[in-house]
Design a protein around this ligand. Structure first.
Ligand code: UD1
Length: 384
């Protein structure tokens, strides 16, 4: 049995890591295809090494450029690799251009397509990630949802849920997928698998000398909405500069944000401790010790919620509504004011965020799914 995994952006390296380990443990051959969407080593290759993953068999080298050109080149190169490799199934993660390109290439070759992190919706029709995830969901064979609300989103779009948990899938449900009706299952979030494993390996110290636990705000900003618009980025910079007068601010800079600050002529004060993107280990240590996190990242909202760190999100909406419902995440909009006041006024919820995102065993469920589908021999290779 051979599976092709398509990755390309930072969160995809993190999500694919526990699944790659589970595939290896199950003796399933995996071909890693890296589109090259994130090409800085500290946004891509460093994660492969940190997670002990093997080097990608194919590096497509498609980084940068407008969305259409980037996605088009990725489809062309992914199709060529899939035709050559003839995998039994294709795995894609999340909502990036790499996800969309991989999904379209696999679907047009009639290869079984498994979408991990299916069913998320921001309901912002023009958001690039929203377009990518909607299209990917609707060409997938198996939709692996991370939460109950993702299942509900798909139901509203006419994609019905499987009636049984993954390990009890009936042949009829598997056959439905072959006849064009996808199987929709809630397996939990693979990012939780990665976070739990990381937490188990970590020391408890802050990885920056001179900074004490529980005293600082950790910041990440990278979404195009925040970086491409000078007015929005200027408002964020002003808010962070103001916050830095009150408490230490630690800001691992995404390459897109670093470039945008230079391009827009905006400067963080010297009191903001900016640094290159952190490894997953260092970032998790920074997060677990933070007084608060200020972010526009999808993944960081969840991780903060699971680790019970107050999270202030620089967006008006989130795909991860459970984080807000749990009380650990506050949506401040993209032009925040008075960050210090928000952080000081935060009331820690009594209840833990619990396991709304899963139990850390999502990767094992993907292996169960693959085995059920492929050993049933109902999904035939269409290539070659
Ligand atoms: C978002 C996009 C995704 C895009 C990606 C680009 C949404 C819904 N999704 O995902 O389509 O490809 O941004 O980056 O907008 N981390 C580190 N080191 C750091 C900072 C973060 O290891 O310095 C880790 C976090 O622990 C977390 C992950 O990176 O596990 C989050 O990645 P991030 O780049 O923030 O992506 P998302 O917002 O989740």
């Amino acid at each position: 049995m051979k599976v092709a995994t398509i990755i390309g952006a930072r969160p995809q390296f993190i999500k694919a890591a526990p699944v790659s380990a589970a595939l290896t443990a199950a003796g399933i051959e995996e071909v890693l295809i890296d589109t090259g969407q994130h090409y800085d080593d500290n946004m891509a290759g460093a994660f492969l090494r940190e997670f002990g993953m093997r080097r990608p068999s194919h590096v497509l080298g498609v980084g940068g450029g407008p969305h259409g050109a980037m996605t088009g080149r990725m489809i062309e190169r992914t199709e060529a690799v899939l035709t050559q490799e003839k995998p039994d199934a294709v795995l894609v993660y999340g909502d990036t251009n790499s996800t969309l390109a991989g999904a379209l290439a696999a679907a047009k070759l009639a290869l079984p397509l498994i979408h991990v992190e299916a069913g998320l919706r921001s309901r912002l029709a023009t958001m690039p990630e929203e377009i990518n995830r909607r299209v990917t969901d609707h060409v997938s064979t198996v939709l692996c949802c991370p939460t109950a609300s993702a299942m509900e989103n798909l139901k509203q779009e006419g994609l019905a849920a499987a009636t049984a948990p993954v390990h009890l899938l009936k042949p009829v449900e598997i056959e439905a997928a072959v006849s064009g009706r996808p199987v929709v299952v809630n397996i939990g979030d693979v990012m939780v698998d990665a976070l739990y494993r990381r937490r188990a390996q970590l020391g408890t110290d802050v990885p920056i000398p001179g900074i004490s636990s529980g005293t600082y705000a950790l910041v990440t900003v990278h979404r195009a909405d925040a970086t491409d618009n000078r007015e929005t980025l200027a408002a964020i910079v002003a808010a962070l500069n103001e916050l830095a007068a009150a408490m230490p601010v630690i800001f691992p800079l995404h390459p897109r944000t670093k470039a945008a600050l230079e391009q827009h002529g905006l400067a963080l004060t010297a009191r903001v401790h900016s640094m290159p993107p952190a490894s997953h280990g260092d970032f998790t240590r920074l997060l677990v010790n933070a007084k608060a996190v200020v972010t526009d990242s999808g993944g960081v909202q969840k991780e903060a919620c699971i680790l019970e760190v107050p999270c202030f999100t620089l967006r008006n909406e989130t795909e991860w509504n459970e984080t807000v419902q749990s009380g650990w995440n506050v949506l401040l909009g993209s032009k925040p004011n008075g960050l210090e006041d928000h952080i000081l006024a935060f009331v820690r919820p009594r209840a833990s965020a619990g396991n709304v995102f899963g139990d850390g065993k999502a990767a094992d469920r993907i292996v169960v799914l693959l085995k059920a589908f492929l050993s049933a021999n109902v999904l035939k290779r269409a290539v070659g």
